[in-house]
Each structure stands twice: as structure tokens, then as C-alpha cells.
Design a protein around this ligand. Sequence first.
Ligand code: IPE
Ligand code: MG
Length: 245
Amino acid sequence: MDGNGRWASRRLLPRVAGHTRGVDAVRTAVETCARRGVEYLTLFAFSSENWRRPADEVSLLMRLFVVALQREVGKLHANGIRLRVVGDMSAFEQRLQDLVREAEARTAGNTGLTLTIAANYGGRWDVLQATRQMLQDRPELASEPSLIDEAALTPYLAMAYAPEPDLFIRTGGEQRISNFLLWQLAYTELYFTDCFWPDFGEADVDQAFEFYRTRERRFGRTSAQLVDPRVSSTPADAGVSSKPG
Ligand code: IPE
Ligand code: MG
């Protein structure tokens, strides 16, 4: 979700006004995705690098997070939405951590859209914390590194509960991943738009979905194999074919 600050600057408003409007855009995106039957929506709200911002902007972002949780969780719950937060929560103030854990517990049994907020998250952090946890659980792997494969590591990634994303959307004009879900984006369709996040509305969500529909996802195969799955596929292909869509 990028472009809050520029959205505000264009209107001669302080950057924080852009973040406040950004929360409205989050609500719209969540509602639209839930209505369209999306099963998993993950929002990159605050990266491990965002701490480098001016202290007053960081504290405003934290306050918005707290207020949004207090105001919105009841509605999310009523709509069957399951909320998860991924990232290194230990850096956040205790009250925010408690609110997050309460909201997660309250919505844990919901079966609608799973809404994940990535907060103090970084893709490299995720791979490292997963590696550490894996080795803690299975110390024998340290002396037998050839046994470390994707299946050994992925259960420890912060979003092990979700399939890999089909579609990645970045607003605000930059064409970068910026340390989002590095591991999981390997086969994801990437969509970039100049639209600033506060302006990203229902029609923009649909436009991104339309882009996705035009993509042909081959996972390393040829187009002919997709048309007719019986067209020769080697046994080595088996691993790739089990990749989630
Ligand atoms: C994204 O908008 C919001 C957060 C990172 C929290 P920005 O704040 O990055 O907006 P720009 O890039 O300055 O316009
Ligand atoms: Mg930005």
C-alpha cells in the first residue's frame, strides 16, 4: 500500500492525512475482496524499514493501527473475516500487541476471508526466523544440511497457514517488491499501478483482478502443456505441479 504521503502532498496536506485516508482504502479493499470471494488478502502495512521514518509519523501510524483495530474488529468478526498479523510484533507497544492477539483469538474460528496485516514484517526477516525455528525444532538438520528442503522450511514461515499468493498489487508507481513476501512471491503475478493507495477503490481492485485473468500461469511449463496436461511432462515436474495456484 504505497502513495499515502504523495496523495497528501498533492493536496498540500500533511502526510498523516494520507495515512488516515489510507485506512479508508483498506476498508474498501477488504470489503471488495470479501464480496468477490477472495480467500486470502494480505496487506503490507508497516515494513521493518519503516522505523526509519520521522518519529512523529511512526507514532501516528501506530496510533492508526490501534484505532483501526478497536473500531473495525467487531465488523470484521460479524462478516466472518479471520484476522492475522504477521511480523516481529515484539517491537510494538504492549497495548498494540494485546489488541492484536485478542483480535486474532476472537476471529480465529471464522471461515470467510483471511485478512493478514504484515506489520514490522520483512521477507528476509521471515526466511531467517523460519530457519532459526526450524533448526531449534530439528537440530539434527544442522549436521545434515542436505535434508533441508522447501518442505522442511515452509511450515516455519510466518504465513504457513496461507497458500502462496496468486496476485501481488503495488500502488504508488514504484515497481519493487521492497522486502514483502520474498519466498512466497516466486510464482505470483505482479501488478503495479500509479494509483496512490488512498485513491485505490473498488474499480481499481477489479482492474487488478482483470489483469490477473489475462495472465497465463505456466509454473515453468509450456503453453501446450497447459492446454493438454497429458503433453509430455517429466517426473521432475511433479514438485512444481503441486504448487498452489
Ligand atoms: C504507504 O504510503 C504507507 C506506509 C508505508 C505506512 P507512503 O507513506 O509510503 O507514501 P509515499 O510513498 O510517501 O507517497
Ligand atoms: Mg512510499
